[in-house]
Design a protein around this ligand. Sequence first.
Ligand code: NAP
Length: 281
Amino acid sequence: MDVYGLIGNPVGHSLSPPLHEAGYEELGLDARYVTFEPGKDDAIRAVEGAAALGVSGLNVTIPFKQDVLDAVDADPLAERIGAVNTVDFGPVVDGDSEASPDDPDARPVGYNTDAAGVTRAFAHHDVELDGRDAVVVGAGGAGRAAAFALADAGADVTVCNRTVSTAEALAADVPGATGTGLDALPEAVPAADVLVNATSVGMESDETPVPAELLHADLAVLDAVYTPIETRLLREAADAGATTVDGAWMLLFQGVEAFEIWTGETAPVEAMNAALRAELE
Ligand code: NAP
């Protein structure tokens, strides 16, 4: 049996176990997905311990996404984003789980699948990104992943963040991007084709980071927030005639991407989506 899991602190209400286990069940894979809650300074020991136990793959969430960089060989995108949310331990050989069985010093490989979560969520809704103007609101973990994902897909990215210096620092890392404060939204959003809310504004509340009057019918809006599924931003975007993509799609596709890295199989997206939405309803 293959064991996959999630490390985070806290991980109590994670949606990843039902999401992944629906995939194993659909494909008939002998695998389980479990959650682990190491101490806040124990990210590296947790990854090393998982390797020793023959765990096949780990997802990584707050507060460990940066710390885990020191325990893995990060793929180039994860290195640029500066955060890992997926660790692949590679095949288990003679009881040892190693990324490369030929190299005794090999470390597990770290990926950031939040970026693919953004691009695959848009692709699933037939939203073109290449050559489009994109606004990312927020410059934390989700904002960094979204900004790199959109720029790599060919979009011109403007990052707007409450703390301007964080937006500027992110934009300096992302090819062609501009970093500004939230005061740039009234100019940037009406001219944009794509909008991503990567702040926590709207989570468990009826607030929005983008005033409704800026939204328009030529916009595609992804809200990373998925509690509630229909945030105020998405409700007002739909009222304006925009294409809306809820945060569960991003969550789904970051999991789908990890599933495919780990198993080498094409993920059963419909079954995984149904399991996720059943949990969120
Ligand atoms: P984070 O690293 O803590 O970043 C939070 C961001 O929100 C920062 O840019 C922060 O701005 C901004 N922010 C917080 N409160 C604000 C306010 N009142 N007004 C304006 N901006 C505010 O968090 P994260 O990991 O990026 O997560 C952000 C959201 O995305 C969360 O709701 C999370 O659940 C969601 N998320 C969803 C997925 C998914 O798969 N759907 C994946 C990852 C995250 P400052 O820099 O000024 O503090």
